[in-house]
Design a protein around this ligand. Structure first.
Ligand code: PLP
Length: 389
């Protein structure tokens, strides 16, 4: 019998990938499946970005790059950060990583061990909790409530901090709820965090461009008082429709940068060179495709929310960011995961049960509206017919 570390008894998964596999298998059997499960834009990576990668390969950029990423790619991130947040960071604090997930993996590995507590949003991206459990640290859920428009509450978050807290994970605009935390709440939280200098913060800002109804995203980077313990997670996957390229970046404080650099050297060496050239082109090139995609998400968002609110037993708060709706299904009487499974098998609609995002996800389902308006309308019709049965 092989003996592996106990972390593997606790590590979790991202059920969106299991639902995608099941939806793909059903489609292969000839079933007509509408996929509102996986969180990836249904748009193609803009052509000039693809061309930049092809050119990089043709120009012979086949080798290793520095472990932290090409200086030109890190400088592109610096320019982008200045444009979106007004904050000037140094390329010496930026690392290019193979996807947004790698930043959370690194941050949680750096802080997690038995006896440590890590705060994370619930419902939230499932990998936060999974990785915390893997390290043996204690996962401390920060409740994200519908009554609070799925924003995090500064007061509730601060009340959970103890001397054992090592890391606080924040995410706005949020997966799976589409919640955006207002500036005033972030300011309140930061003020409170000033009294807890032992707590590092990882702010997952991967959906930063996707906000609606005049809602604005406020980067934690704009608060100098916590900069020496702030990690900002971001990347190319969502903004430029590049999920399969595996391209992310993060901004680290001086005291942690060498740790993540060493993780890179020990694990991924560097991100593949042509993708990094594509990443530079994405940041420096025209942003029309990004704007077009965000406008499309905005109009689909209205369709999905109106459609869901017309269904018996379902009420859907209007999401202010990302590309997810997180309707309340409590009045249908269905447990969320069972409803999600039945909708896939019997109605051909793939979506995710709320409990896959945390204990407080019961009573909700997540729909990704990164799909065509036509398919969204067909999916709503199918859900309506299913619920009427
Ligand atoms: N953070 C959040 C909140 C996400 O929803 C996702 C992907 O769904 C990621 C990070 C990971 O992104 P990537 O595909 O770049 O690893």
């Amino acid at each position: 019998m092989l003996r592996t570390i106990s972390g593997f008894d606790r590590i979790g998964e991202e059920n969106a990938f299991a639902v995608l596999a099941r939806a793909t298998a059903l489609a292969a059997q000839g079933k007509d499946i509408i996929n509102l499960g996986i969180g990836q834009p249904d748009f193609k990576t803009p052509a000039h970005i693809v061309e930049a990668a092809i050119k990089a390969l043709r120009d012979g950029h086949h080798g290793y790059t520095p472990a932290t990423g090409l200086l030109a790619a890190r400088e592109a991130v610096v320019r982008r950060t200045l444009t979106t947040t007004g904050v000037e960071v140094s390329p010496e604090n930026v690392i290019i990583v193979p996807g947004g997930k790698v930043t959370m993996f690194a941050a949680i590995l750096i802080f997690g061990e038995p006896g440590a507590e890590i705060l994370y949003p619930d419902p939230g991206f499932p990998i936060y909790r999974s990785m915390i459990e893997f390290t043996g640290a204690t996962p401390v859920p920060v409740p994200i409530r519908e009554e609070n428009a799925f924003a995090f509450s500064a007061e509730e978050t601060l009340a959970l901090i103890t001397p054992k807290t090592r890391l606080l994970i924040l995410n706005s605009p949020a997966n799976p709820t589409g919640g955006v935390t207002p500036k005033a709440e972030i300011e309140k939280l930061v003020k409170g965090l000033e009294a807890h200098p032992h707590v590092a913060i990882m702010s997952d800002e991967i959906y930063d461009v996707m906000t609606y109804d005049g809602e604005e995203h406020f980067s934690l980077l704009t608060f100098p008082s916590i900069r020496d313990r702030l990690i900002v997670l971001n990347g190319w996957s969502k903004t430029w429709a590049m999920t399969g390229w595996r391209m992310g970046w993060s901004i680290w404080p001086d005291s942690l940068y060498d740790k993540v650099r060493k993780l890179a050297v020990n694990c991924w060496s560097c991100v593949n060179a042509p993708s990094q050239y594509a990443g530079i082109a994405a940041i420096d090139g025209p942003q029309d495709d990004v704007e077009k995609m965000c406008r499309a998400f905005d109009s689909r968002r209205r369709i999905v929310v109106d459609g869901l609110n017309s269904l018996p037993g379902i009420s859907c708060a209007t999401p202010k960011g990302a590309f997810y709706a997180f309707p309340n299904i409590k009045q249908t009487g269905w447990p969320a995961k069972q409803l999600a499974a039945a909708l896939l098998d019997e109605a051909g609609v793939a979506l995710i049960g709320g409990p896959d995002f945390g204990i407080l996800g019961e009573g909700y389902i997540r729909l990704s509206y990164a799909n065509s308006e036509e398919n969204i309308l067909r999916a709503i019709e199918r859900i309506e017919r299913f619920l009427a049965k």
